[in-house]
Design a protein around this ligand. Structure first.
Ligand SMILES: Cc1cc2nc3c(=O)[nH]c(=O)nc-3n(C[C@H](O)[C@H](O)[C@H](O)COP(=O)(O)O)c2cc1C
Length: 329
């Protein structure tokens, strides 16, 4: 029946009208799906920390506690941590931890990590004591562990992955070789992409251009001046079409950004991804001021450099494997 109606409509409609109708239908579907995405994010993701209050619980509270305990880890991992810092963070950790029930607070996870981060923050702010278990002291070899030819292959690979750390302290006396950046981007082109569309692009900033880019991002304030190179990973939004592909560019861009991080790691360049969790107006301003075409979406920024011989990294504890790996028989 539907087929016959379609065939009839096709014959009766003036030429071009069918195309217009199809475009209209796709546009409506695009908008409908985007609204459903927004609704899902609103219902599942919560309103954001501006609305934080003592009524928060469950995953919403876990998200806020994790953000805040990680802020302490990052703050204490800086070369010269501010003192005092984290007044609002401390307040939220105190209120949030008070909301945890006994099981959550005792679990080998965010409750414990938030408790130790709060103690570390208070001890730093009041007495200037840096807790080395919240921000770990490491050296350059720890984060670029050289492959030992005698090591079994699986251990070598395990070390390659486990040695990477977000680095927030760079040695500004050692320049980054552009040939290494080119080599890493070239390696990252092996990233799979939907129908091989390869929508990813990398914009490289150094000197004054890097300073301007970093000033527009909210997660690098404590180590901005030591970052020698910034990359902006973007995707060409024109390479995706139709309502079902509305989020595909974020997937392809994210996969590429991660491959690039591993490729830089393999060239012994340290990285720190810098979120581009921004509103559209901020992205517009950023594109206009950073030479990024309007049709590209920003996936993430990446700070790149070489760390000093000795430095600190955020503890960034991992979830247990059984929280991540779900087996279905
Ligand atoms: C997309 C993305 C955005 C991030 N944004 C920031 C940021 O703005 N500032 C920062 O210091 N770290 C940032 N990070 C680094 C995370 O804090 C870090 O990856 C996490 O704590 C795990 O630690 P590790 O990278 O040392 O293993 C970001 C990471 C990702 C993947």
């Amino acid at each position: 029946m539907m087929q016959r109606i379609k065939a009839l409509a096709k014959n009766m409609l003036p030429s071009g009208a069918l195309d217009t109708w199809r475009r209209l239908r796709a546009n409506l579907s695009n908008t409908h799906e985007a609204l459903l995405d927004a609704k899902r994010h609103r219902l599942l993701g919560g309103p954001g920390e501006g609305s934080f209050n003592s009524g928060w619980s469950g995953r919403q509270l876990e998200t806020q506690l994790t953000k805040d305990y990680h802020r302490v880890e990052k703050g204490l991992a800086l070369r010269n941590p501010k003192r005092p810092f984290g007044v609002e963070v401390e307040k939220r950790l105190v209120v949030g931890l008070g909301n945890l029930d006994g099981t959550e607070a005792a679990a080998d996870s965010y409750g414990i990590f938030a408790t130790s981060a709060l103690a570390a923050l208070q001890s730093w702010n009041t007495g200037g004591d840096a807790d080395d278990s919240v921000a770990l002291r490491v050296n350059r070899d720890d984060v670029f562990r050289q492959a030992d030819p005698g090591e079994p292959a699986e251990e070598r690979w395990e070390h390659f992955f486990s040695s990477r750390r977000s680095v927030r302290d760079f040695d500004d006396s050692i320049g980054v070789n552009m040939a290494d950046i080119e080599a890493a981007v070239s390696m990252a082109t092996h990233t799979p992409s939907v129908c091989n569309r390869q929508a990813f692009r990398v914009h490289v900033y150094t000197g004054e251009a890097a300073v301007s880019v970093l000033a527009q991002q909210n997660g690098n304030a404590g180590f901005r001046s030591s970052i020698p190179v910034v990359l902006a990973v973007t995707v060409d939004a024109r390479l995706f079409s139709g309502p079902s592909e509305r989020n595909q560019r974020w997937i392809d861009g994210g996969l590429f950004a991660m491959t690039l991080g591993w490729a830089l790691h393999s060239r012994e360049l340290a990285t720190c991804y810098l979120n581009w969790s921004m509103k559209n107006s901020q992205s517009d301003t950023f594109r206009a001021s950073s030479g990024i075409p309007a049709h590209e979406d920003v996936i993430t920024l990446i700070a790149v450099g070489i760390p000093p011989k000795n430095f600190k990294v955020a503890r960034s504890p991992r979830r247990r494997l059984d929280e991540i790996l779900v087996q279905h028989d």
